[in-house]
Design a protein around this ligand. Structure first.
Ligand SMILES: NC(=O)c1ccc[n+]([C@@H]2O[C@H](COP(=O)([O-])OP(=O)(O)OC[C@H]3O[C@@H](n4cnc5c(N)ncnc54)[C@H](OP(=O)(O)O)[C@@H]3O)[C@@H](O)[C@H]2O)c1
Length: 290
């Protein structure tokens, strides 16, 4: 990479941030396209968010990704929020546009593109299940609920009250039925029975606790149920293996990660990045650390 005096700065803010794959992914795209940008990680503590965003203005930083725990906290410091980010209630991308800071949520595009292009669901199933009710679940539930083909989304979460709050918000925004339940065996069996897709947004199964899984009993899974796990490290989770063991198609979170990153990159640079190059960069890093 050739960083020059003219290079525009992109980056990610988070706490922690040292584990982030975004620098690998974006710098690989920058190198492949030979465009004059560089992408770095900034460790920003929660009580420094206002200063960090102020610094983005002062230093004329072109764009930032926002990761845990700042996706909500950054919103009040921005000049405009996209309709999508405002509906989801979280910003994962900030773009410096003609002196104004604009917040976007590219996780919505990331999950929809992964479901359509990687999982092959050109038309989404009428009944979908989302495991989890945190930040990723907000983007996924909104993405699913906004599709004409989807009639009902069922949210299963360890903390049912959190799922109820999310369901209330998303029913108002999407106009769809959003059901809720606990993450237990019986509820999984009932809600999986007539569903066509499951998206796992819990962090269960994520490195280093790779043997954890939100699935209680594999008998709840049928071969017509497509799994999209949002966990991307490891590349194949325990949950994916369980689905595959009964002949159900299962996909990991890597493609969602790459598609959300590609969308951010296009917003900042105006150029569509090579997603295969971005994906290879993440795969290389995951394998190096395994
Ligand atoms: N592929 C991508 O591009 C992408 C993008 C965004 C996020 N993600 C992934 O999505 C996952 C969640 O991220 P997030 O931002 O939504 O985090 P979050 O807001 O902290 O939510 C975590 C979720 O996991 C559940 N959970 C955590 N530990 C659990 C346990 N021991 N048993 C049962 N449930 C448990 C939580 O349930 P409670 O509500 O009961 O605590 C909650 O639903 C992470 O693995 C992240 O890497 C991937």
């Amino acid at each position: 990479m050739n960083i020059r005096a003219t290079s525009r700065v992109l980056g990610v803010i988070g706490d922690p941030v040292a584990h982030s794959f975004s620098p690998d992914m974006h710098n690989a795209a920058i190198a492949a396209l030979d465009v004059d940008y560089c992408y770095v990680a900034f460790h920003v503590l929660p009580d420094r968010i206002a200063e960090a965003i102020h610094g983005m203005r002062g230093l004329n930083i072109r764009g930032l990704n926002v990761t845990i725990p700042h996706k909500l906290a950054v919103m009040e410091h921005l000049d405009r929020i996209s309709e999508e980010a405002s509906a989801v209630g979280a910003v994962n991308t900030i773009s410096h546009e003609d002196g104004a800071l604009v917040g976007y949520n590219t996780d919505v595009y990331g999950i929809l593109t992964a479901l359509r292009e990687i999982a092959g669901l050109k038309t989404l199933p009428a009944q979908c299940v989302v495991l989890g009710a945190g930040g990723a679940a907000r983007a996924v539930t909104y993405a699913l609920g906004m599709q004409d083909a989807v009639q009902r989304v069922t949210l299963l979460n360890r903390t049912v009250a959190r799922a109820e709050a999310l369901a209330g918000d998303m029913e108002k925004i999407t106009g769809k039925t959003i059901a809720v339940g606990p993450l237990d065996a019986e509820t999984q069996r009932r809600s999986f029975a007539d569903a066509g897709a499951v998206v796992n947004t819990t962090s269960l199964g994520m490195y280093p606790k790779v043997n954890a899984s939100p699935l209680v009993d594999v008998r709840a899974v049928h071969p017509g149920l497509v799994l999209c796990d949002t966990v991307f490290n490891p590349l194949e989770t325990q949950l994916m293996r369980a689905f595959k063991s009964v002949g159900a198609p299962a996909f990991g979170g890597l493609d969602m990660l790459v598609f959300q990153g590609a969308r951010s990159f296009a917003i900042w640079t105006g150029v569509e990045p090579p997603t295969d190059v971005m994906k290879n960069a993440v795969v290389k890093r995951v394998r190096r650390e395994a």
